[in-house]
Design a protein around this ligand. Structure first.
Ligand SMILES: *[C@@H]1O[C@H](CO)[C@@H](O)[C@H](O)[C@H]1NC(C)=O
Length: 242
């Protein structure tokens, strides 16, 4: 009898440890990650660390090019990827669970804005699609982003059948000590745009889209800010007569 109850206890103890080891679920993971998570602060271990954000604007379609007004209307996906030091876990503790899809509202996000947005559209994406968090702390967020934007061409960049101009994207409030934005890929139409873009506009085709980052000093503030430029080249379609 003693032996019997001893083995029973042993079984219970071992069973509990075993269960603890193997029954960690997605809910457990969410509790462990977000129990003390503060989405209002930059997710870095030390205040001196800079968060590097990879950015691209994957074009879906051209809705308008207004040469006179120097504005363009585009449907895009804004692609953002960064590292969050507090969203990391060991997949082997969670039955191999190596990524989470959760509301963008629950995590810190860089306030990446379209600097050149027209006053009548939002500077920021307004649809908060889910983010994907990988177990190594990489966060990817790809909200749809439709906008009208100023797109002033540089001197000599407008010909009878082409229009060339630049969109600017960057963090609205974080200077280069806090957040740096960098292009995800240089030739967007050969990268993400290859699958996303449909050349459906009657008048204009988007012939190239090249991204490159820069750092800029503004008169408002002592520190530099980083930006990703998207150089667009539109070509008038042959049968168009505007
Ligand atoms: C984290 O994992 C993802 C998915 O496997 C990968 O794409 C990403 O590059 C990794 N991030 C780092 C910082 O290694």
């Amino acid at each position: 009898m003693v032996v019997f109850s001893f083995s029973l206890i042993l079984l219970l103890v071992v069973g509990t440890v075993f269960a603890d080891d193997h029954l960690k679920t997605e809910s457990d993971l969410r509790r462990e990650l977000f129990g003390n998570y503060d989405k209002l602060v930059r997710p870095v271990r030390s205040i001196e660390e800079t968060i590097s954000v990879r950015v691209t604007l994957a074009p879906l379609r051209v809705k308008d090019v207004d040469v006179k007004d120097k504005t363009v209307k585009l449907d895009t996906w804004l692609y953002l990827r960064w590292e969050d030091a507090y969203l990391r876990w060991d997949p082997s503790e969670y039955g191999g669970l190596d990524q989470l899809s959760i509301s963008a509202n629950e995590v810190w996000r860089p306030d990446v804005a379209l600097y050149t947005a027209s006053p009548d559209t939002s500077l920021f994406p307004t649809v908060l699609t889910n983010v994907v968090i990988f177990h190594n702390g990489t966060v990817v967020w790809v909200p749809p982003f439709s906008f009208k934007s100023r797109c002033p061409p540089a001197e000599g960049q407008v010909t009878a059948d082409t229009f060339q101009c630049t969109l600017k994207v960057g963090s609205w409030t974080y200077d280069v000590r806090r957040v740096i934005v960098q292009e995800h890929e240089q030739d967007v139409l050969q990268g993400m745009g290859r699958e996303s873009f449909k050349d459906t506009d009657e008048k204009w085709s988007l012939e190239s889209m090249v991204s490159h980052s820069e750092q800029k000093l503004y008169s408002c503030c002592p520190e530099r800010y980083s930006l990703v430029n998207f150089d667009l080249l539109f070509r008038k379609k042959a049968h168009s007569d505007e």
